[in-house]
Write a protein that binds this ligand. Structure first.
Ligand SMILES: Cc1cc2nc3c(=O)[nH]c(=O)nc-3n(C[C@H](O)[C@H](O)[C@H](O)COP(=O)(O)OP(=O)(O)OC[C@H]3O[C@@H](n4cnc5c(N)ncnc54)[C@H](O)[C@@H]3O)c2cc1C
Length: 631
């Protein structure tokens, strides 16, 4: 039965969902598969149908290859047809902010005063440009939510079932076969909609220098630290698979090989999921693209009944350049629920534009507070990442010989012909999970060797990937950051404006995060020591040999760190403690309104985010269907 009153406008669907990324796409597809009538509003267009250039070839259409080819993910993040360019603050303090070499004053003719933060305003959201890495969160992340809310459905053991439901694992062939006999100790999913594969560039093994880098780095990492027998045991069980349930349960550390969300070594994400379901059930799932949601329509009882939106291409000012148009004003109505999934920057913005949020912020912008909820837009969290960049003692990696990162080079031909070679990878050759100190409860450092120069995000950063062909970057990523002091707030009441975002780096947790990243830098220096002795590494470009004492390294981290896993801005938790959502994703003090995206996490989960967001998408669908069955 529809929950709508007869006085409401006639509903266009049962569920109206805003945003087709990892959260929104997942929940929309599952609800439609279960027989519900769903409309999915997406601000952008379909990335495989659009045309756009990137820093490698600004005036040439680089789609759909930027989307499809795993090694082109950085170009996808800057492809003009699909990118949303946010400029964020890491610090409120201007002097500290300007110490970051990535600080940008003006962009696209406007003053931005911030650090570039790529997002995708397109079908599939950030799954259309991310690095496709699917790493399972820590079990403690889920148990913490269960503890916080008293809702045992969030316990780690239960949450694994959502991963099993969504995954179609193709990188553990023996285990896949055993699963057919009902034996599944890895607790991978084998029949889900999201395929996972690993891509090991076999050429890498033929490239003597690269093989040496992999071998020596892995060896040094293995020799460092204790528990060698345990790590050998993990290797034998998990075969470098970070998502093997047995390793997840034991918070295992060591060398890992990253699973990617690819199918036949081409990108897959929520775009493919929603298009597939819309094709199979055209009467149930309608996707409305180029539709920028501006407001949730609440009735007098604070019940969400619909969404207002602007129809048109490139309306939002995160596009560079935006169309400059204001679009056609429209509204759609849902008989059951409205679900926001615009991501960590946009869901709080839409809530605030709808009168749901901190009353003083709303009043400042002339918005009538309908639902006072101070937590909206607070609790913004992210990782801290830095790059230790090495210049190798050769002109270019062998695997990059002749590479132009276009569709006419030998690497592309190989990917196109046989879906193999270096373009089938996302550029990562080796990954290490580690604890920054033996006493931290969970592994908190993720170190990844990339065949590229990567020092964080600034406009044009991806162009360097195609030029600097003899670089090796060890990305050091700090998991479970302590800082929860970031904010997303309104810049204005104009829905075409981006919100004001300040991560307030290092404002919580003393110097624990900072010290951990410094330890990460020292660790990768130890790991590369052998390569330097062999003369393979010419020099360390960043931070550089001159930066060696704790103070210098800490300053480097403060001024250079970046993140790309923004989350937590509509956190699950009680309203008194700054929470915005109940444990079933409902916005407090409202009816028929939920948020299902990276905003929901009270604390940033795991090392990577997208696996957790896909999982909560599946969980939300289950909860919503159970609620509908009761009514
Ligand atoms: C460059 C980059 C690389 C990354 N790589 C990885 C990785 O390898 N592994 C990993 O785990 N994580 C990665 N991430 C993070 C991960 O992809 C995101 O955390 C995840 O996609 C977030 O899902 P979401 O549903 O919250 O939001 P999104 O996926 O961003 O989806 C939000 C969607 O909502 C739409 N939208 C927003 N506002 C509106 C509106 N007002 N009206 C209509 N539609 C709207 C947007 O267009 C978008 O499609 C990466 C992120 C970036 C930026």
């Amino acid at each position: 039965m529809s929950a709508a009153d007869s006085a409401d406008p006639p509903p266009d669907c049962e569920y109206l969902i805003v945003g087709s990324g990892a959260g929104g796409g997942t929940v929309a597809a599952r609800l439609a598969e279960a027989g519900k009538r769903v409309i999915l509003l997406e601000a952008g267009g379909d990335p495989r149908e659009l045309s756009g250039g990137d820093p490698v070839q600004p005036d040439v259409n680089r789609l759909p290859h930027d989307y499809d080819v795993p090694a082109f993910h950085a170009f996808a993040s800057e492809n003009k047809a699909m990118s949303w360019d946010f400029f964020v603050r890491h610090y409120g303090d201007d002097t500290q902010q300007r110490r970051d070499p990535k600080f940008v004053e003006r962009h696209g003719g406007s003053s931005v005063n911030g650090i570039y933060y790529p997002r995708a305003g397109t079908l599939g959201g950030c799954t259309a440009h991310n690095a496709m890495i699917l790493v399972y969160p820590h079990n403690a992340d889920w148990d913490h939510i269960a503890e916080l809310t008293g809702d045992v459905s969030w316990s780690a053991a239960r949450m694994r079932t959502y991963f099993e439901r969504l995954e179609d694992c193709r990188h553990r062939p023996v285990q896949r076969w055993l699963s057919k006999l009902g034996i599944n100790p890895t607790r991978h999913g084998w029949r889900g909609w999201l395929r996972t594969e690993t891509a090991i560039p076999m050429e890498a093994m033929r490239d003597r220098q690269l093989a040496r880098v992999i071998h020596d780095s892995a060896r040094e990492a293995f020799l460092e630290g204790g528990n060698r027998m345990q790590r050998v045991g993990w290797f034998l069980k998990g075969l470098l698979d970070p998502n093997d349930w047995r390793l997840v349960q034991e918070n295992a550390v060591g060398v890992r090989c990253l699973p990617l969300t690819t199918d036949g070594h081409a990108r897959r994400g929520s775009r493919e999921r929603v298009l597939d379901v819309a094709r199979r059930y055209p009467d149930r799932l309608t996707i409305v693209m180029n539709a920028l949601a501006t407001k949730v329509i609440l009735d007098a009882d604070r019940r969400a009944i619909g969404v207002e939106f602007l129809q048109g291409e490139r309306l939002y000012r995160a596009h560079t350049p935006p169309s400059g148009q204001t679009g056609k004003r429209r509204a759609l109505y849902a008989s059951r629920e409205v679900i926001l999934a615009g991501g960590a920057f946009n869901s709080p913005q839409i809530l605030m534009l709808s009168g749901i949020g901190p009353p003083e912020v709303l009043r400042r912008h002339g918005i009538e507070p309908r639902v006072p909820l101070p937590g909206v837009g607070t609790n913004l969290q992210d990782r801290y990442e830095v790059g230790v960049v090495y210049r190798m003692n050769m002109k270019a990696w062998e695997v990059y010989r002749g590479a132009t990162f276009g569709s006419t080079d030998p690497q592309f031909a190989e990917w196109f012909r046989s879906r193999s070679g270096v373009y089938a990878t996302n550029g990562a050759i080796l990954t290490l999970f580690k604890r920054s100190t033996p006493d931290v409860p969970l592994p908190d450092l993720f170190c990844m060797a990339l065949l590229a120069r990567f020092e964080g995000y600034y406009p044009g950063y991806s162009g360097v990937f195609a030029k600097d062909l003899n670089a090796l970057t060890w990305v050091v990523l700090k998991g479970h950051t302590n800082n929860r002091g970031g904010t997303v707030t309104l810049r204005s009441a104009d829905p075409l404006d981006t919100p004001a975002i300040n991560f307030n780096y290092f404002s919580d947790g003393d110097d624990a995060d900072l010290n951990a990243v410094v330890e990460g830098i020292r660790f990768v220096r130890r790991v590369t020591r052998k390569l330097r002795e062999r003369g393979l590494v010419a020099r360390e470009d960043l931070p550089g040999d001159a930066v060696d004492d704790d103070k210098g390294l800490a300053e480097f981290v403060r001024s250079n760190a970046w993140g790309h896993h923004a989350c937590g801005t509509c956190p699950i938790g009680s309203p008194d403690a700054g929470g915005v959502l109940s444990s079933d994703f409902r916005v407090h003090h409202t009816r028929n309104l939920r948020v299902v995206d990276a905003s929901v996490f009270p604390r940033i989960p795991g090392f990577f985010l997208v696996s957790a967001v896909y999982m909560i998408g599946e969980k939300a669908a289950e909860v919503i269907l159970a609620d509908a069955a009761e009514k």
